[in-house]
Design a protein around this ligand. Structure first.
Ligand code: IDC
Length: 460
């Protein structure tokens, strides 16, 4: 090859690398990868890959790795832009993972086909620098027990100030966390290991405890369910998280059907937990097929029962049309603005499922946010059935809006239910691992990414 051709080849290589890594990419000084094949089926597999940047911040980074079996093919990847060339797979960081600050991670996942015996990827490199592979390391030691610096330590007892939830410094805070699934079905998912993961890996501020009243819930064993809720309040408290006690009415949708049960339940739970700083009461999950005046009437009977035992806890009231502020019934926030519940220190619930509820619902929330204290006590990234495809664009639009308005939220669900709204793949709760990226679903990875970012709670 003459000198000109050699020079041309060298230029082409540099241009090719620039195209691959992007002009802003900086070589990472170190990285670590945790990967798990979460499921396998005939000829196919799903894997989670969590990459942690241990070096300088990188923007527009590329993670590459080898698929050792020549028959392997990338089918689909998420939380990055994925491609394959020969046996090498590339994942390029895109928003919200485009920049990886030092010490932060991106939870990626993929499905692939394979023909050989072993679909485990190997030889990971971030921007060309080899990563340590957790599969080849001894297991990590337990993180230190949480002490100061937890959400409850920093914020203390909460109260409503104007349209915001405020902390002990009278400054607005946004709590971000997860909802359990129905504790009558998924109790196995709420244990020391899973709550450690929620507090330490997810950095959640909040655990919402969904206690269904019907469907095998509270009405079948009032004392047993009251005890289980109290146990979860204590487990959240031990980890510095707020606990939202959700009286999960759903079918029938008129909360007055359960009025006596609500009074009995809340009298007991509020008396027992009155001295705690971390409890928020949610008195009616999703009223439906019922007027706002009937919901308000229920609230004005239940709230005094809670206040008698625990005078200063924040209470959240469900709203008409499955807690849509009436939107799903063709109404809007004005029915509440014009006829609010007569009580102090209360908020109103707003729920959405991102694939079903879009602009008209975002418009309601945006208007209502300057008139009413709101808490998104439940939302899903998927359709209102709890299943179907995740809607990433709509979820992102919603969460950006909630961040901007400083409205707190809890995602449905921190569970391994066999439905796309669940954060963990089926079977996760039968084992003890809630931390590997491989145990997360597509929804779980997206939500964990969002809520594990620093809170920056105001303290002055
Ligand atoms: C769904 C669960 C599903 C269960 C069903 C009936 O995901 O496993 O079979 O309830 O109990 C809500 C409700 C919440 C729903 C969820 C998804 O608050 O209970 O959970 N959803 O349908 N409102 C809108 C959606």
């Amino acid at each position: 090859m003459n000198r000109f051709l050699t020079l041309l080849t060298a230029c082409a290589m540099v241009l090719g690398l620039t195209a691959l890594f992007g002009p802003q990419a900086v070589a990472a000084a170190g990285c670590r990868v945790d990967h798990t094949v979460t499921s396998r089926w005939q000829g196919g597999f799903q894997a989670g890959v969590k990459v942690t940047n241990l070096g300088e911040p990188v923007t527009g980074w590329t993670l590459e790795f080898t698929m050792p079996d020549p028959g392997q093919k990338l089918v689909q990847g998420w939380n990055a832009a994925w491609s394959q060339s020969g046996s090498t797979v590339f994942a390029v960081g895109v928003d919200p993972n485009r920049t990886l600050a030092t010490g932060t991670s991106a939870d990626l996942g993929m499905t692939g086909s394979f023909t050989g015996a072993n679909p485990e990827p190997t030889a990971f490199a971030l921007n060309g620098v080899a990563c340590t592979d957790s599969a080849e390391e001894p297991p990590p030691v337990d993180p230190p027990a949480p002490g100061t610096g937890t959400p409850v330590d920093i914020n203390g007892k909460l109260h409503v100030c104007g349209v915001h939830l405020c902390n002990q410094y009278d400054r607005p805070v946004q709590l971000r966390g997860m909802s359990t699934h129905g504790i009558q079905w998924f109790g196995k998912c709420y244990n020391s290991a899973s709550l450690d993961a929620l507090a330490e890996d997810w950095k959640a501020d909040l655990l919402r405890v969904a206690m269904y009243v019907q469907e095998g819930g509270y009405e079948t064993d009032p004392a047993g369910f009251t005890g289980r809720v109290n146990g979860l309040v204590d487990m959240a408290e031990a980890r510095g998280m707020y606990a939202m006690v959700d009286f999960h009415i759903l079918t029938p949708g008129d909360p007055n059907h359960n009025l006596d049960r609500a009074k009995t339940f809340f009298a007991s739970v509020a008396a027992r937990n009155a001295d705690k700083k971390n409890v928020i009461y949610e008195i009616a999950n999703e009223p439906n097929g019922v007027s706002w005046t009937a919901i308000k009437d229920y609230a004005e009977q239940v709230i005094p029962v809670i206040r008698a035992a625990d005078p200063d806890a924040v209470i959240v009231v469900g709203t008409r049309g499955w807690s849509s502020l009436g939107t799903s019934d063709g109404s809007d926030e004005n029915e509440v603005v014009n006829n609010p519940v007569r009580a102090d220190n209360i908020m109103y619930a707003f729920h959405f499922y991102a694939a079903s509820h879009k602009d008209p619902y975002r418009a309601t929330l945006s208007r209502a946010a300057s008139r009413l204290p709101l808490f998104v006590t439940e939302f899903g990234t998927v359709s209102a059935t709890g299943g179907g495809a995740m809607d990433r664009a709509s979820t992102t639009a919603w969460l950006d809006l909630l961040d901007q308005l400083r409205i707190g939220y809890a995602n449905w669900t921190y569970s391994d239910a066999d439905e796309s709204s669940a954060a963990f793949g089926p079977g996760t709760c039968d084992g003890g691992d809630y931390s590997s990226s491989g145990v997360l679903t597509e929804s779980g990875a997206l939500i964990k990414n969002r809520i594990s970012t620093p809170d920056s709670f105001p303290t002055g």
